[in-house]
Design a protein around this ligand. Structure first.
Ligand code: FES
Length: 104
């Protein structure tokens, strides 16, 4: 399948230090805004059935899962705290004017 850029949000939908769950055809992704930069990962925790958009951003660039409090590095998707073991899929993000695009 060919990857493609898709607009998923506008800048005013996600504030600094916030997450935003966005439904796309392939499932759901979680957008993050950290110190002015945008990141995106799959929204579903790799440990269980939890939406990471409901979690907390901690220690600058980690997302803490709301269910068992495991964590991932938002920038790389790498597991950062047990019980998370498997990495999250990350998506590239591009901002043009007021629009946020994610590569899917
Ligand atoms: S479901 Fe996320 S840490 Fe268990």
């Amino acid at each position: 399948m060919t990857e493609q850029w898709r607009q998923v949000a506008t800048l005013n939908e996600i504030g600094e230090g916030e997450t935003l769950r966005v439904e796309v055809e392939e499932g759901a992704i979680c957008l993050y805004r950290i110190e002015g930069a945008f990141y995106a990962t799959d929204d579903m925790c790799t440990h269980g059935q939890a939406s990471l958009a409901d979690g907390l951003i901690i220690d600058g660039a980690l997302i803490e899962c709301p269910l068992h409090e495991g964590a991932f590095d938002i920038r790389t998707g790498a597991p950062a705290r047990a019980p998370c073991k498997n990495a999250l899929t990350c998506h590239r993000v591009r901002v043009e004017d007021e629009a946020v695009f994610v590569e899917l």
